[in-house]
Design a protein around this ligand. Structure first.
Ligand code: FCB
Length: 457
């Protein structure tokens, strides 16, 4: 495995990422309300193996141990999400202080180890009470989100600077509301479009509210972005790739950075038009301090008889998710977003890979594929940084193996292996690799900062 000799800037943030429902467990504790993921995962046939987040990694109780692991890794920052139903069990109305207390303790535990908290306000666990009255398809949920955001930020804003409003609105909108494979399991394209619009709107409103509550706050949003490569140089394949780019990437990037929905997506524009009220697009395009980019794979697109079709390079290495390992895709996403939308800063808020890790008789978890994946993707980030793209940090998905949504516990993304029956934490080989990599970044060899060495792709 080749590793670049590029030295990242001293203030580059090295982190790891998680999300509340995927790790916390304790779903009935301290007054937490029900979320759509509790309901969805309790519904037979929705999640592989009938898995739920009821216990997950038990992070809610074991976070001190996990913060110690982060310290061992030498992390600068920890990305986690706040569970809305812990703070507002009914989505709106009375605040549950005991739920907020948990995040208060977590933030203090991180800061005590010199680890910066990077919270995301919403990572898909909508309060079920809101879902029952329309959820994200209703504009009222965007209003409720802003109240929730203000409550959390008022409590933690004295210690937290970087705030992310939403995680991957495309995923919850389409996988959750059009395809029905994620909570809440709706299956309507119109509802997906409404969900996306209301999330963007709530983001824009929240940017303003967060800045008022915490003047020094840095506010951003995280999108899942994947580069769409045409399968050939034919105009048809190029047009098909552009459409895929529009549906996944531009549908969110354009309103956030340009205050318009992409005009070429005609059907979606017809669906969104009736929802857009005066001032919505100006709100959505409120300047942000950073863009979070989650990236795992690329798309290769050809023009099929029924529209764009994804194809796969038969030589490609794929992960346990069936996702192609293609580090150049991350480089392309970063350079493209920077060139086309000029966010003031970018954080890679998720990047990583699932493999079928096993704990051997000697207790070790050897995961050379994950090390290679991370090393090659960090190389791609280095390449982008060396070309002036303002990437300020990189977060591995994930710190811990965890509840991978509809796949339950069958997919392992962690730097730390979780033995689910005992909840024992076992650092994988990639944990030590990342620890050593981060340590080298903190104490770089005295070599002139030069161009990136040969890329490993
Ligand atoms: C992203 C999600 C994250 C995790 C990774 C594998 O889409 O944000 O929660 O599931 O994929």
């Amino acid at each position: 495995m080749s590793e670049s000799t590029f030295t990242f800037p001293a203030d580059f943030v090295w982190g790891a990422a998680t999300a509340a429902y995927q790790i916390e467990g304790a779903t009935h504790e301290d007054g937490r309300g029900e979320s759509v993921w509790d309901r969805f995962s309790a519904t037979p046939g929705k999640v592989r193996n009938g898995d739920t987040g009821e216990i997950a990694c038990d992070f809610y109780h074991r976070y001190p141990q996990d913060v110690a692991l982060m310290d061992q890794l030498g992390l600068d920052a920890f990305r986690f999400s706040i569970a809305w139903p812990r703070v507002y069990p009914e989505g709106t109305g009375a605040v549950n202080q005991a739920g907020l207390d948990f995040y208060d303790r977590l933030v203090d535990a991180l800061l005590a180890r010199g680890i910066e908290p990077f919270p995301t306000l919403f990572h898909w666990d909508t309060p079920q009470a809101l879902e029952d009255v329309g959820g994200w398809t209703a504009r009222a949920t965007a209003e409720a989100f802003v109240t929730y955001a203000e409550t959390v930020v008022s409590r933690l804003g004295d210690r937290v600077t970087h705030w992310t409003t939403h995680n991957e609105p495309w995923v919850i909108a389409w996988i959750g509301h059009a395809w029905g494979e994620h909570a809440p399991g709706r299956t309507s394209e119109a509802e997906a479009v409404a969900t996306g619009h209301h999330q963007l709107l709530s983001h824009g409103w929240a940017v303003d509210v967060i800045r008022r509550a915490v003047p020094h706050a840095r506010v951003g949003i995280t999108l899942n972005l994947s580069q769409a490569y045409p399968a050939s140089a034919s105009p048809e394949d190029e047009a098909a790739a552009w459409q895929v780019d529009g549906e996944g990437n531009r549908w969110f990037l354009d309103p956030l950075f340009r205050g318009t929905y992409p005009a070429d997506l005609l059907e979606r524009n017809e669906l969104v038009a009736p929802l857009v009220q005066d001032g919505d697009l100006e709100t959505i395009a409120a300047p942000i301090d950073f863009l979070g980019v989650n990236n795992y794979f690329r798309f290769v697109v050809t023009d099929g008889s029924e529209g764009p079709r994804m194809v796969r390079d038969p030589e490609a290495q794929i992960t346990d998710m069936g996702w192609e390992v293609y580090p150049d895709g991350l480089y392309r996403v970063l350079t493209r977003v920077s060139a086309d939308y000029a966010p003031p800063a970018i954080y890679v808020t998720e990047n990583g890979a699932a493999f079928g890790d096993v704990r051997r008789h000697d207790g070790r978890v050897r995961d050379p594929e994950r090390q290679a994946y991370l090393a090659s993707h960090v190389d791609s980030v280095a390449q982008a940084v060396s070309e002036g793209v303002p990437v300020k940090g990189y977060f591995v998905w994930s710190l811990l193996d965890n509840f991978e949504w509809a796949f339950g516990y069958s997919k392992r993304f962690g730097l730390v292996y979780i033995d689910y029956p005992t909840l024992e934490r076992v650092p994988k080989d990639s944990f030590y690799w990342y620890r050593d990599f981060v340590a080298r970044q903190k104490a770089p060899a005295p070599s002139p900062a030069g161009p990136v060495a040969a890329r490993s792709t």
